[in-house]
Design a protein around this ligand. Structure first.
Ligand SMILES: Nc1ncnc2c1ncn2[C@@H]1O[C@H](COP(=O)(O)OP(=O)(O)OP(=O)(O)O)[C@@H](O)[C@H]1O
Length: 226
């Protein structure tokens, strides 16, 4: 079997609340292989978002190791963690977080421009991604002129701009009505499968979860496999 693109080795996270320590995650182990799409389920407050933040190197675990594409990021310097995050990980959230003063294509170009890709190349790449998301007629629209489903599809295209190995998605369709959520989720599945990107998707929607390759659940601070 291929090497995992993401490996969580017994990671845990506690938060300090005044004098108290609040345990959220403990001994979480997970391997995500190239192209694998995994649903992350668990009740509200169980730690799904916290787990995605640890996996995405947005905060360090209080124990254990996060290994991305063979690199042990727990022991890496901040600059290395930032580089791994930029080059290997894409994020999609429940709310799109697009930059309001920029058009759809400019939003999707942004990660490439920050990485030093020439403007013309970034533009053609962003156009290709938005076209793949069914948005070729919305390239120059600003976020406020797009529907909720279109905004989320732009956010997915932006998350793919740097050709990540891993997509981390936190309730990517949680803010959409059922029909729009279905359409956006199908785009999400198709584009991640096309590109062989591995994805870990936190969701409360068991129907969407059942269409992913497998399901893991946060239970009692740890992960159980369905
Ligand atoms: N920075 C923080 N400081 C203190 N506690 C925190 C912090 N971040 C998260 N928590 C706590 O960690 C627990 C897990 O939160 P998290 O947002 O990861 O849950 P979740 O499963 O994503 O919930 P939901 O499905 O409602 O989004 C919660 O009890 C939350 O209050």
């Amino acid at each position: 079997m291929s090497e995992p693109v993401l490996k969580l080795e017994n990671i845990g996270r506690t938060f300090s609340q005044g004098q108290e320590k609040v345990l959220v995650l403990e001994n979480v182990a997970l391997e995500l292989h190239p192209g694998e799409i995994v649903a992350l389920l668990g009740p509200s407050g169980s730690g799904k978002s916290t787990l995605l933040q640890l996996a995405g190197l947005l905060e360090p675990p209080t124990m254990g190791s996060v290994i991305i594409d063979g690199i042990d990021c727990s022991k890496a310097r901040d600059t290395k963690r930032t580089e791994v995050r930029r080059d290997k990980i894409g994020f999609v959230y429940q709310f799109h977080h697009l930059l309001p003063e920029f058009s759809a294509v400019e939003n999707v170009m942004m990660p490439n421009l920050i990485s030093g890709v020439p403007k013309s190349k970034a533009k053609s790449h962003a156009t290709e991604l938005l076209t793949r998301m069914g948005l070729e007629h919305r390239l120059s629209h600003r976020p406020a002129k797009l529907s909720g489903g279109e905004q989320q599809r732009v956010a997915i295209a932006r998350a793919l701009a740097n050709n990540p190995l891993i997509l981390l998605a936190d309730e990517p369709t949680g803010n959409l009505d059922e029909q729009t959520a279905e359409m956006v989720f199908q785009y999400f599945l198709d584009v991640t499968r096309d590109r062989g990107v591995a994805a870990l998707v936190a969701t409360h929607n068991t129907e969407l979860a059942s269409r992913m390759d497998r399901i893991v659940r946060v239970h009692d601070h740890s992960l159980v496999v369905d």
